[in-house]
Design a protein around this ligand. Structure first.
Ligand SMILES: NC(=O)c1ccc[n+]([C@@H]2O[C@H](COP(=O)([O-])OP(=O)(O)OC[C@H]3O[C@@H](n4cnc5c(N)ncnc54)[C@H](O)[C@@H]3O)[C@@H](O)[C@H]2O)c1
Length: 478
């Protein structure tokens, strides 16, 4: 601990310099975030721990093309720091014991049971972490909530840690992560802002400053904002709600465009060039997916309802309702266009990941569209450059609409987009992977059943070019 004495010698500010960090949870957030901290802070030892042995083995994989998650630029960061000051391990207790600062970066999925089922965040993994920290810690710790949590969760963690009876002092900080999958490394390198919420006491301030010093290794200090814990927790939930709301807003208008011959891309450009509105997150699509938007909004809705704010809850719930409508509407359009049935027809899916440049498929629109089409007895073949077939089947099985054997009978996968499209009645683009644009579309057209339909769920293709080849093209909102 360093003492900074100011010139008037009135305020004595203690500065805690962190040399050992532990991060619990080696997932899409814990892995990339800690890799960047280790890269930018070579004097700090960073231990990323997880109970999932396979995941840890994959993080330790010598073959950097087989890390457990795919993110552009990630393997280079890992190559630089792994086994220098960045370590991946299943020894959670050792990691906690040695650390001065512990990030909790475990999953907080929507509850699938009991009170709050289908709405509230399941905090059992968070609670387990807090209990393990309480059990293991022998020295003072700063505990950082990195996971996205309902407002006032820090209180729960504090309650658990306070009652250890072993004399250890804990400071709880909220430091939500704003990275987006697919651009995680760039987002971490150049974060718009870092939010650090802490107790408004001198000890809280010391803890917040210690974390600020870490980010200040590479980010300008004015982007590192210190707030109270509750504002920080709530800001993350609401940031996701606002982003998802923009997507649902533009998607709602895409339905109107299709009925009126307006073009959603022209409308988006027109409204996005108003500087008060801005152009980001106005891309119409088959609907948003990913592990966060839906779960965080449901959680927000749940909190509002619990607090008796029903109008507020209804307002945000509509964002989810609109997103579900968009996925269903897209599937219905495919069925209606293919002469009201896809039964026994081969439908080629290009893309399964919830967005490009990630292998994450949680809540991907692709699985819902597949599910609707399989209800109508379609035979689907999927190609995705980064998603493994077993993940696609796991997603379908998670929906639990039909048994695993039926899913296997109706869905096939391929590692070749041309093989995927061969003899297909329609191609459906579900992810905006750049490589799709440059395929040999003449060759694909020639190999398909006629009429050859293409449903562009991401509005990435050149409609004119495809129509000249002979495709019957359907985008979103045009
Ligand atoms: N994925 C994103 O883009 C993103 C962005 C911002 C915030 N978040 C939030 O960050 C949190 C983590 O998300 P994620 O996508 O990294 O999840 P993830 O599922 O990819 O990773 C979580 C990891 O935590 C591990 N874990 C769970 N309980 C554990 C325990 N008791 N001890 C040790 N390890 C344990 C799991 O095995 C898993 O590997 C969530 O709250 C999420 O909402 C995610």
């Amino acid at each position: 601990m360093r003492m900074d004495i100011d010139i008037n010698n009135i305020i004595i500010k203690k500065m805690k310099k962190i040399t050992n960090i532990c991060c619990i949870g080696a997932g899409y957030v814990g892995g990339p975030t800690m890799a960047v901290i280790a890269q930018k802070c070579p004097e700090i030892e960073v231990n990323v721990v997880d109970i999932n042995q396979q995941r840890i083995n994959e993080w330790n994989n010598i073959d950097l093309d087989n890390l457990p998650i795919y993110e552009p630029g990630l393997k280079e960061v890992i190559a630089e720091s792994r086994n220098r000051n960045l370590f991946f391990s299943t020894n959670v207790a050792k990691g906690i014991g040695e650390a001065e600062m512990i990030f909790i970066s475990v999953n907080t999925p929507t509850k699938t049971y009991g009170k709050g089922k289908g709405m509230a965040a399941d905090l059992k993994y968070i609670e387990l972490c807090a209990r393990q920290i309480a059990m293991v810690a022998k020295t003072d710790k700063i505990v950082v909530e990195k996971s996205t949590l309902p407002v006032r969760t820090a209180e729960t963690i504090r309650e658990i840690l306070k009652n250890t009876g072993n004399g250890v002092n804990f400071q709880i900080l909220s430091n939500p992560e704003f990275l987006a999958e697919g651009t995680a490394i760039a987002d971490l390198y150049n974060a718009d802002r870092v939010l650090i919420g802490g107790e408004q006491t001198s000890e809280g301030k010391i803890a917040m400053d210690a974390l600020t010093e870490i980010y200040a290794h590479w980010l300008p200090r004015e982007r590192i904002l210190q707030t109270n814990v509750w504002s920080s927790e709530l800001s993350k939930l609401t940031a996701n709600a606002f982003l998802a709301q923009r997507i649902s807003s533009i998607n709602s208008l895409s339905a109107l465009c299709e009925k009126t011959e307006a073009n959603i891309e022209e409308v988006a450009r027109a409204i996005g060039s108003d500087s008060r509105i801005g152009s980001k997150f106005l891309k119409s699509s088959v609907g948003f997916g990913g592990s966060c938007f839906q779960k965080d909004i449901l959680n927000l809705v749940y909190i509002c309802r619990n607090l008796g704010l029903n109008e507020v809850a209804d307002y945000w719930e509509q964002v989810i309702i609109m997103n579900n409508y968009q996925k269903k509407r897209f599937a219905d359009k495919i069925i209606a266009t293919l002469f009201n049935t896809v039964s026994g027809k081969k439908i080629a899916f290009l893309g399964w990941a919830f967005k490009k440049d990630t292998n994450d498929t949680r809540e991907t629109a692709a699985m819902y569209v597949a599910d609707y089409l399989m209800d109508d007895l379609a035979n689907i073949m999927v190609y995705d450059p980064k998603v493994k077939p077993e993940q696609m089947f796991a997603d379908l099985n998670y929906l639990n609409t039909r048994n695993p054997e039926q899913n296997k009978a109706q869905l096939n996968t391929s590692t070749d987009p041309y093989d995927t499209s061969k003899d297909a009645h329609a191609i459906v683009i579900l992810t905006e992977w750049d490589e799709f644009i440059n395929y040999d579309w003449h060759k694909i057209f020639d190999s398909m059943m006629k009429p050859a339909f293409i449903f562009d769920g991401r509005n990435i293709m050149d409609r004119e070019k495809l129509e000249l080849i002979g495709f019957k093209y359907f985008g979103i909102g045009k």
